[in-house]
Design a protein around this ligand. Structure first.
Ligand code: ATP
Ligand code: MG
Length: 721
């Protein structure tokens, strides 16, 4: 393979970055300018031209999906597999490191990962154990506090309360929580990063090994690294100039989770030989989309400042739809998607982006009704579903009986008659003797500290776990999973459930066995982790990824946050309303408002050809009804870029619509809005909307039989009633 194919399809600035002699590099550029592309080509260049082994490269990206795509694209460029290369998320890589060095990191061999929900439950328990009132000390806040400290690299002993009562209790909770994690051998997400950083800080021998191994370190989405991640990278780099980072300050959207955009500004200070690369040409979006996005982000002060341009034409206008309410919004979006698919496009070319996960439900329902396959990213994901977590809790218990979160979850699921009082006694004993719940149960049973009935029930649970341990010891992973699920009696329990979801849950449990069957565990050097433990970690870390589904052609639904780095020909950015976007929690605080604006910029720049923005005049969300104003971000988009899809008289519209287009369209179709019509196949309905002129004029009719449909007037043969 020749060198030129690595440089083909790159502009001059991109080529310079890809082919520069090894040195610290910061690529600072706006959305869609090819940063990720440069990073991928750089890796191929290092391997192909500089002769670096894939084994000597570490690349960090933001999601597991991005990591898979990255590896795939490098392999396509090179034409051979790149196993041995470390590509992944910070969490994934930290976990990989800790798996190989559990002893040096002072972790038990089969340490388990607590996901955010497990962490929440544990924090809650700790608060109760401290005899604090959890209405005054909300677990959510304490969880937040703990993660914030960890993200900044602070252990409880580093913290001082400064005489502050609130802080004193938060530190107490953090301390007790950490002790509980140590006892159970579990590690939360923030802990993965902190441990990995401490491992390198405290064990120069381990660090040196990795410094020798990783000749090149590359980081995508650098603007969203937090303090501990950056500290980890700096340790690895040492005084070598081998970091290649790409980012965009305008897309920093994780400040609320401790990400520090300052890392970009500081980078050239920490690595004085840094070559700075700027890319200004956008290859993703049409002129109109880009102009809209540029105008929105221009309202943020203190940007590093860069303007994007495109060689592409203006393209179609950015379309704006003012919906009556959230159902109308969903119906509109689904109609457009249907029309798009009918034109021969793939479903996967479409994304619906929203600010909060709760918004997805209405769209899911509309898509289901329309029979259009879809996939939700970042919602309640496979490994986070209750029944899956129940089954995983059993697997975790057999792997490590002292895993308290697993104990809490499995001990009475399915119910086996262990009362709240009995469990309280077990918890109290665990607290008093600083031992695990499992240990406490054994102690109490041995010491006769339970009523005969309670003792029988608790003993029953311990016996089940012992039996599972013995029976699965020599089984391959999937058979072990099957055995455990069967003997947990969860399927029988769900079969009896009356919530109508029993069958779904049973199928999900079957799918879990499938997942273990497909699970491919590639052990690291020095690694001793069993297949089961590796699978459990995988379940916690890759919760969002059900890879099998990824191959089905489906409409993509996700939050704006999870859309980072991705692109789609057709994008719907929905719920663009005050209170929702910008979110009510951020509107008052200038710094947070700017982050919301960056989020808007991220959302708009995901679109390649068509971008629709929508807001509802009446919205029911979380069971509450509101009449939100259109978002201020809409006002920041130049009027001549926008086309209103429907110029209905809107309530309190602070920007002046361009108007005209719809009136013309209505006139040219010969129908009036609200007119009743009849159609040979669909029966009676009402004209809701119209667009286009002459032979391409179309009307939207809400039929009583089939709901709303867009029809080409010239073919529909509609009769007025
Ligand atoms: P984001 O900030 O959203 O992550 P990015 O800067 O990483 O964006 P890429 O995703 O790498 O941008 O590139 C955007 C699109 O432009 C991709 O489809 C990519 O393949 C294409 N692209 C980038 N550079 C070129 C080029 N020189 N010629 C043609 N297409 C390009
Ligand atoms: Mg990118």
């Amino acid at each position: 393979m020749d060198v030129s194919s690595i440089l083909d399809g790159l502009n001059a600035a991109q080529r310079d970055a890809v082919s520069a002699p090894p040195c610290s590099t910061l690529v600072l550029a706006g959305a869609g300018s090819g940063k990720t592309r440069v990073l991928v080509h750089r890796i191929a260049w290092l391997i192909q031209v500089e002769g670096v082994s894939p084994w000597g490269i570490l690349a960090v990206t933001f999601t597991n999906k991005a990591a898979r795509e990255m590896r795939q694209r490098i392999e396509e460029l090179l034409g051979f597999p790149t196993g041995g290369m470390w590509v992944g998320t910070f969490h994934g890589l930290a976990h990989r490191l800790l798996r190989a060095h559990w002893q040096e990191a002072k972790l038990p061999k089969g340490f388990q990962i607590l996901d955010s929900d497990d962490q929440f439950r544990l924090v809650k328990r700790v608060i109760r154990d401290l005899n604090l009132d959890d209405s005054k000390w909300p677990p959510r806040q304490a969880q937040w506090f703990i993660n914030e400290q960890k993200d900044e690299g602070r252990r409880p002993q580093h913290l001082e309360d400064g005489g502050d009562h609130w802080r004193r209790n938060m530190i107490r909770i953090y301390t007790a929580y950490q002790a509980a994690c140590e006892r159970a051998g579990s590690v939360d997400f923030a802990e993965l990063l902190l441990r990995a950083q401490e491992l390198w800080r405290d064990r120069p021998d381990v660090l040196q090994h990795y410094q020798q191994r990783f000749q090149h370190v590359l980081v995508d989405e650098f603007q969203d690294t937090n303090a501990i991640q950056y500290a980890w990278l700096r340790l690895l780099a040492g005084d070598r100039d081998n970091l290649f980072v790409v980012g965009d300050d305008d897309q920093s959207i994780y400040g609320w989770r401790g990400a520090r955009v300052e890392n970009i500004q500081d980078f050239p200070k920490h690595f004085p030989n840094t070559q700075l690369v700027k890319l200004e040409q956008n290859y993703r979006s049409t002129g109109n989309i880009l102009r809209g996005a540029n105008a929105v982000i221009a309202n943020n002060p203190e940007r590093l400042g860069k303007e994007l341009w495109t060689e592409d034409g203006e393209g179609e206008p950015v379309r704006l739809y003012a919906a009556f309410n959230e159902t109308d919004e969903a119906r509109f979006v689904v109609d457009r998607i249907r029309a798009f698919i009918d034109e021969g496009h793939l479903r996967a070319e479409v994304a619906i982006l929203y600010r909060t996960t709760a918004q997805s439900r209405v769209f899911e329902e509309a898509l289901l009704q329309a029979g259009i396959p879809y996939r939700v990213y970042g919602g309640l994901r496979f490994f986070e579903r209750a029944e899956i977590k129940d089954a995983l809790a059993y697997l975790r218990q057999i792997s490590n009986p002292h895993d308290d979160s697993a104990f809490e979850r499995a001990v009475n699921q399915p119910p086996r008659g262990i009362g709240a009082k009995t469990l309280d006694a077990v918890r109290a004993h665990a607290r008093d003797f600083n031992c695990s719940l499992w240990q406490a149960s054994e102690d109490l049973l041995r010491g006769g500290g339970m009523t005969p009935r309670a003792a029988k029930a608790v003993q029953g649970y311990l016996d089940i776990i012992h039996e599972m341990q013995a029976a699965t010891e020599d089984l391959p992973l999937w058979e072990a999973a099957e055995h455990v699920i069967h003997h947990s009696r969860l399927p029988e329990h769900f079969k009896k459930s009356r919530d109508g979801k029993g069958q779904d849950r049973i199928e999900n449990l079957e799918e879990l066995v499938n997942a273990t069957r497909q699970f491919d565990h590639e052990p690291e050097e020095n690694e001793v982790m069993s297949d089961l433990d590796a699978f459990l970690s995988h379940a916690a870390l890759e919760a969002g990824d059900n890879q099998a589904q990824e191959y089905e052609d489906s409409v993509q639904l996700m939050t704006l946050h999870s859309a980072k780095g991705l692109e789609f020909p057709l994008v719907f950015l929905v719920g663009v309303e005050e209170g929702l976007f910008p979110h009510s929690m951020s509107a008052e605080d200038p710094a947070r408002l700017e982050e919301e604006r960056r989020l808007c910029y991220v959302g708009m720049t995901r679109a390649m050809q068509q971008l629709y923005l929508s807001h509802a005049e009446n919205r029911r969300l979380h069971g509450k009804e509101s009449y939100p104003l259109p978002s201020r971000f809409l006002r920041e988009i130049p009027q001549d870029v926008i086309e209103e899809v429907r110029a209905r008289p809107a309530i309190a519209r602070p920007y002046s619509p361009r108007g005209g287009a719809l009136d013309d369209a209505v006139e040219s179709t010969g129908f009036a809005l609200g007119q009743r019509v009849t159609h040979a196949k669909f029966g009676e309905g009402v004209i809701l909307n119209a667009e286009g002129q002459g032979s391409s004029a179309r009307v939207q009719v809400n039929f009583e039989s089939v709901g709303s449909k867009w029809l080409v007037v010239a073919y529909a043969n509609l009769q007025c009633l």
